[in-house]
Design a protein around this ligand. Sequence first.
Ligand code: SAM
Length: 189
Amino acid sequence: GYRYFINAVELAKKIMKDTILPGDITIDCTVGKGNDTLLLAKLVGPLGKVYGFDIQSNALDYTQEKLKEENLIDRVKLIYDGHENVLNYIEDEKVKLVIFNLGYLPTGDHNVVTKPETTIKGIKGSLKLLCKNGILLIASYIGHNGGLEEKERVEEFLNNLDQKTYSVLKFQFVNQINNPPILYGVEKL
Ligand code: SAM
């Protein structure tokens, strides 16, 4: 049958499919092996744009190859830099959706993890770029070293966003063992 509440990553994909329109500008702040980048590239269509950030060049190389194979590279700009520097690359564009998939790349170097300071800076920059009704999604993992601290910093930051300007949700599976990821969603009003 059709399942809706599978996990944070799948829920994020459903939200992307529901909200992104052809021609939209989007950002994947943690490209990794490019699963979200690929979906974004399909959803924005040939007239849209996807910016992708990662600090692991081999992850970006892998994603670039996948995008080429699927003829989607024309609308994607992969940037070998941290998402904390997002405003150095994107300025006057109205961004429809930004996604962060925090933590480490399971198939990559587990020592390369997102960090509270840079994550918060990336989130702040992303919020500046969002258009009206633009959406920020953050999948946060608490099972690894430093994950819980990062989740708490992210949550504290989001908890303090003014409700007149942002609508903020937390999607958390409350009956699952082994610290399943949490999905945060922010809509700019
Ligand atoms: N969504 C990705 C996918 O489909 O494969 C998985 C992302 S993985 C959980 C987290 C990624 O964030 C890693 O590839 C890691 O290199 C990257 N990363 C860590 N710190 C970063 C930073 N400051 N800016 C951008 N990417 C960063």
